[in-house]
Design a protein around this ligand. Structure first.
Ligand SMILES: C[S@@+](CC[C@H](N)C(=O)[O-])C[C@H]1O[C@@H](n2cnc3c(N)ncnc32)[C@H](O)[C@@H]1O
Length: 415
C-alpha cells in the first residue's frame, strides 16, 4: 500500500498532528526537516478518512504527498504493536515461521474509544484471520490481549474488532463487532434487547466515550455505530460562516443518532434542538452525551420515526427552525417531505436551511446531476418554495468514487 507523508508548513500544529496520528497508530518515526518544513511519515493511504480529517482541520498548514518509502515494511516501520506481538509469541515458544505469518496478518490500525481499543479489519490484516484465530485459541496465548492492554493501552479494558456497517440496516447498527477481550454486553442480545431495551440492558453494556471538537459523545459499541469520518461536517456546523444563525434559533435533526450533529448545534448555542431517532440505544447515548456536555440549549429527544415530527413540534410554542439536518446514508430522501412541512409550518423567516446527506457518485457530483435531482425532488414536493443550493460539501469517501456529501439548500417563500 502506498502511504503518504504530511508536509507541515506551520510547526505550531506539529504536536497535534502527531498526537492524532498516534491515536490511529499511523505515526512513523522520525519527523524530518525539509526546506523549512517538517515531514511527518504515516501509515495512511492517500484516500484514508484520517487524511481527509487532517486536511479539513489543518488544510492551510499541511500538504500531502506520497511517501518515498512506500511499500517499505522493514525494521523502521515496526511499531509497538508488532514488537509486542513478536516478543509475546517468542516468549511462548512460537516457531519463528509462525510468528512471521502472524505479523503479516496483524492489524495495524485501531481507534481508541474509551474503554475499548477497536481494531480495523482488512482482508489480510485482522485478528479474525485464520492464523490469528488459531494462535489465540491456544491456551499458551490466552493472555495475549490482556497483556497487550496492560503494556500498550493501560487505560483501556476491552479489545474488539470492527467490520463495515451492512447496507441493509436503516438503523445502521454495528452487527459485526467482535469482542476479543472483555465483555461488551453482559447477556444475550435478543430482539427485545435491541428494540426495547430496559434500564438493566443499558447497564449491561459498555459505553464508549470520545471527545471531538471539545464535544463529548457517548454510545454503546454493540448497538450503535460511530463514524469518526463525520468530524469534518461536525466542524463545519461549529463554523459560524458555514452554518449561519444557529445561535438562539431552533434546529431539527431528523436522523439524530447519538447526536453527531445535534451536539454541534447545541455547542453553537442553538436555543432548542428537536431530535428524532429510531434506535433506542442511540437515543440513550444521545441523552448521556447531552448530560455530559451541559450545553445551555434544550435538547428534545423523540425515540420514534421522524414521521411524527409535526405532531411533536405542535406541542411547542414560538418555533423558529433555522436548520434541518437530514443525516441518513445512503440517502435521506425519506425525510424531504417532513423537512419541508417543518419549514412551512415552523421555519425561521426568511430562510430555513436543509442539510441533506447522501452518498453520491463522483460523476453525479461533477455533472451537477445530483444537485439538479435534489432541487427537482424538493420542488416536486412543495412548489411554493424557492430552493437555492448554498453549498455542496464533500465530507468523506464512502467507496471508490462515491462521496458522502452534504447539500446545504436554502428554502425561502416565493414572493
Ligand atoms: C447515519 S445514522 C446517524 C447519524 C447520526 N447523525 C448520529 O449521530 O449517529 C442515521 C440514523 O437515522 C436513524 N433513522 C433512520 N430512519 C429514521 C427515521 N425514519 N426516523 C428517525 N430516525 C431514523 C437511524 O437509526 C440512525 O441512527
Amino acid at each position: 500500500m502506498a502511504t503518504i507523508e504530511l508536509l507541515v508548513t506551520d510547526v505550531r500544529y506539529l504536536k497535534q498532528i502527531k498526537t492524532r496520528l498516534e491515536q490511529e497508530n499511523a505515526f512513523v518515526k522520525p519527523i524530518a526537516s525539509e526546506n523549512g518544513h517538517k515531514v511527518v511519515k504515516t501509515r495512511l493511504a492517500k484516500n484514508d478518512e484520517v487524511v481527509e480529517e487532517l486536511l479539513s482541520q489543518y488544510g492551510d498548514a499541511l500538504c500531502v504527498r506520497l511517501s518515498n518509502e512506500a511499500g517499505d515494511t522493514g525494521e523502521k516501520q515496526k511499531d509497538r504493536l508488532s514488537r509486542f506481538a513478536q516478543i509475546f509469541l517468542q516468549n511462548n515458544g512460537t516457531p519463528t515461521e509462525e510468528i512471521a505469518v502472524l505479523l503479516e496478518h496483524l492489524p495495524l490500525r485501531y481507534s481508541l474509544y474509551e474503554p475499548v481499543v477497536l481494531f480495523n479489519n482488512s482482508v489480510e490484516r485482522t485478528f479474525l484471520h485464520e492464523s490469528w484465530k488459531m494462535a489465540l485459541s491456544k491456551s499458551a496465548n490466552a493472555g495475549f490481549m490482556r497483556q497487550m492492554l496492560g503494556e500498550l493501552f493501560p487505560q483501556y479494558t476491552h479489545v474488539a474488532t470492527n467490520q463495515p456497517i451492512v447496507d441493509y440496516d436503516e438503523m445502521r447498527r454495528p452487527f459485526h463487532i467482535v469482542s476479543l477481550e472483555g465483555t461488551l454486553f453482559e447477556g444475550v442480545i435478543r430482539p427485545q434487547v435491541q428494540n426495547q431495551p430496559s434500564k438493566q440492558d443499558f447497564d449491561a453494556s459498555v459505553w464508549c466515550h470520545v471527545v471531538q471538537n471539545g464535544i463529548h459523545q457517548v454510545w454503546s459499541p454493540v448497538f450503535t455505530m460511530f463514524s469518526r469520518g463525520n468530524i469534518k461536517e461536525k466542524k463545519r456546523i461549529l463554523d459560524p460562516t458555514a452554518y449561519i444563525d444557529v445561535e438562539g434559533n431552533d434546529a431539527v435533526d431528523l436522523y439524530a443518532g447519538i447526536g453527531y450533529f445535534t451536539l454541534s448545534y447545541l455547542k453553537r448555542e442553538a436555543r432548542r434542538v428537536f431530535c428524532f431517532e429510531l434506535n433506542p440505544w442511540s437515543t440513550e447515548g444521545l441523552q448521556r452525551g447531552v448530560v455530559l456536555n451541559q450545553f445551555q440549549g434544550q435538547c428534545h429527544v423523540f425515540q420514534e420515526s421522524n414521521e411524527h415530527c409535526l405532531e411533536r413540534l405542535a406541542n411547542f410554542q414560538n418555533l423558529r427552525v433555522r436548520h434541518i439536518n437530514l443525516g441518513l446514508l445512503p440517502s435521506s430522501l425519506q425525510g424531504y417531505p417532513w423537512a419541508l412541512e417543518i419549514a412551512q409550518k415552523y421555519g425561521a423567516m426568511p430562510v430555513t436551511t436543509l442539510h441533506v446527506h447522501e452518498n453520491i457518485h463522483i460523476n453525479d457530483i461533477t455533472s451537477g446531476q445530483f444537485v439538479r435531482d435534489t432541487l427537482n425532488a424538493l420542488h416536486g414536493i412543495k412548489p411554493e418554495f424557492l430552493y437555492v443550493l448554498a453549498h455542496l460539501e464533500k465530507v468523506k469517501t464512502f467507496a471508490p468514487d462515491v462521496w458522502h456529501c452534504v447539500l446545504d439548500i436554502d428554502v425561502t417563500w416565493k414572493t
